[in-house]
Write a protein that binds this ligand. Structure first.
Ligand SMILES: [Fe+2]
Ligand SMILES: [Fe+2]
Length: 311
């Protein structure tokens, strides 16, 4: 897409951004992160004559600990996302207002998950801080996505984040963590709705290009947490515990959006649009097959182990 075409699209979509921004501001609740942290459990660490961290202090199951760590480090990388969004959407008008509002909301997520984990001694604070330094210094570079690709990616990514937070809360076996993560997931849901509806509008303005963007993002989807040290191992543990796996990715993230956009009902596509739609159908089928195979293999592996060992 040329710079000129991108500028034209930004203009054409501006009314939708404005409308969605207004709806977002009307429905977003000004919640207070400090209310979600059990401060009375907090105590000093070693340097202030307290007790150093040790693993048995954590009440979280190992998979929940890993998931919370990955969720937090992903949220911690906000400066990179802000830079990418600012570069793609610009500072002007409703686009610029959205970027800053979204950044302010996302900033809450890292701060209260960190407060929760430190106060409850959920993770090793030293390892966490080293990982944060490494993650933020690595930054997140999605490779300058064109505008429509960025919108499609963000719709999937916000939904993936909502699902990951929600499922982490569920398996945490801690009502305090569950409540905190459910609250954050509500924010992620509103973010998803914003991009979902933007993509919906783009499908009407530029159907073929938008379909190509959706197809490319389904095919090449990478979680923003991929820059976290040891991500592959952590993602495998998270998938193994059923917090976020290929089946969930297909069923709860990709398909609900594909259905919402009514992609397979769009009429009057040109040849490029039809091609993109066929490619998408093939990509969805391939993802579904991989998901089935993954779940089967996991069940086999878990059946071969004593219960309570997985995760
Ligand atoms: Fe977030
Ligand atoms: Fe979000």
């Amino acid at each position: 897409m040329t710079t000129c075409e991108t500028q034209a699209l930004l203009k054409q979509l501006e009314a939708t951004v404005e409308e969605n921004l207004d709806r977002h501001l009307a429905s977003a609740e000004d919640w207070m992160p400090h209310e979600y942290v059990p401060w009375s459990e907090g105590r000093n660490f070693a340097v202030l004559d307290g007790e150093p961290w040790s693993a048995e202090q954590s009440r979280l199951p190992p998979a929940a600990r890993t998931a919370l760590e990955v969720n937090l480090l992903t949220e911690d990388n906000l400066p990179s996302y802000h830079r990418e969004l600012g570069g793609t959407f610009g500072r002007q008008g409703a686009w610029g207002v959205w970027v800053n509002r979204w950044t302010a909301e996302e900033g809450r997520h890292a701060s209260c998950i960190r407060d929760y984990l430190l106060v409850t001694r959920g993770v090793d604070p030293e390892r966490l801080e080293r990982a944060r330094m490494a993650t933020v210094q690595a930054g997140f570079d999605p490779g300058s996505k064109p505008l429509l690709h960025a919108c499609a990616y963000l719709a999937f990514q916000e939904l993936a984040t909502r699902v990951a937070h929600r499922n982490t809360g569920r398996i945490s076996a801690d009502p305090v963590a569950d409540r905190l993560l459910a609250r954050i997931a509500m924010d992620e849901n509103l973010h998803m709705i914003f991009y979902r509806d933007l993509v919906k509008a783009a499908l009407e303005i530029a159907p073929s290009q938008t379909l190509r963007a959706i197809t490319d993002e389904v095919t090449g989807f990478v979680m923003p947490g991929s820059v976290i040290p040891g991500f592959a191992r952590k993602a495998a543990q998270i998938a193994n515990a059923g917090i976020y796996d290929l089946r969930i990715h297909h069923d709860d993230v990709i398909m609900p959006l594909v259905r919402y956009w009514r992609i397979f009902e769009i009429e009057g596509l040109d040849a490029e649009g039809e091609q993109a739609r066929q490619d998408l159908a093939a990509a969805l089928e391939a993802l579904d097959t991989r998901a089935t195979r993954y779940v089967e293999r996991r069940a086999e592996a878990q059946a071969g182990r004593p219960t309570g060992q997985h995760g």
